[in-house]
Design a protein around this ligand. Structure first.
Ligand code: AMP
Length: 232
């Protein structure tokens, strides 16, 4: 799949790999990119949390892994990503949030990008580790619209309820509990370091400073995405 710039240059569609530690704000930023630029946002974490299957054993297994903060197997997650990105809305550019998380997944994505004739462009949302813990333990989510709040930084107008859906009690992800957060941050450091190095070595890694208000961070991110010729 190719596109054309205003000067008539052809370019390949992009897979934007948004990388960031848990709590770096990937979800918030990817949602903004999706709503402002119309680029589909594929979050493997959301897909796992929303999984609809009649196989209750599989459902239980996934739930247990999610609650523990450990990782789902590379093959399972790749099958899900491949299936999701083969749909009509991903024919052009799309954003991956939460994948790849391991070197094996990065290799799998390399093959998939060739099959889909797309280029990979990785963006790191860079947030100092001392900011991450509060962002995670304070996070609350509207079960209806998915709006993300934070009791420390972005509290809802009425405690525990979504501003847009006043009857919807905000949920607290089980893996945002303090002890799980520690496991997830450790896991991120352990596994994602090599994924970052991989994209850095091949000259496909760009960085966005992930501190400041969500809008400020978004401005930086959108500038970078536009410079890469990525539009819906
Ligand atoms: P996230 O919403 O991205 O923080 O993901 C929540 C949880 O989903 C993680 O802690 C993992 O258990 C699982 N998960 C999401 N993406 C992946 C992936 N690429 N590989 C393995 N497990 C994943």
């Amino acid at each position: 799949m190719v596109g054309e710039t205003e000067h008539g240059f052809m370019f390949m569609a992009k897979i934007i790999v948004l990388i960031g530690a848990p709590g770096a704000g990937k979800g918030t930023q990817a949602r903004l990119l999706e709503s402002n630029l119309g680029i589909p946002h594929i979050s493997t974490g959301d897909m796992l949390r929303d999984i609809q299957t009649t196989d209750t054993k599989l459902k239980r297994e996934i739930k247990a892994i999610l609650a523990s903060g450990e990782l789902v197997s590379d093959n399972t997650i790749f099958r899900m990503v491949k299936e999701r990105t083969s749909r009509e809305d991903c024919q052009g550019n799309y954003i991956l949030d939460g994948f790849p998380r391991t070197p094996i997944q990065a290799k799998m994505l390399e093959e998939l990008s060739k099959e889909q004739s797309k280029e990979i462009s990785a963006i790191l949302l860079d947030v100092p580790s001392e900011n991450l813990e509060k962002r995670l333990t304070g996070r609350r989510i509207c079960p209806i619209c998915g709006e993300i709040y934070n009791i420390y930084y972005k509290a809802p107008k009425f405690e525990r309820y979504c501003d847009m859906h006043p009857h919807a009690e905000l949920s607290h992800r089980s893996d945002d509990a303090e002890e799980k957060v520690k496991v997830r941050l450790e896991k991120f450091k352990e596994t994602t370091k090599s994924v970052l190095a991989y994209y850095e070595r091949s000259g496909r890694l760009q960085r966005v400073k992930g501190v400041g208000t969500p809008n400020k961070i978004y401005e930086r991110l959108e500038r970078l995405v536009a410079a890469n010729n990525v539009t819906a």
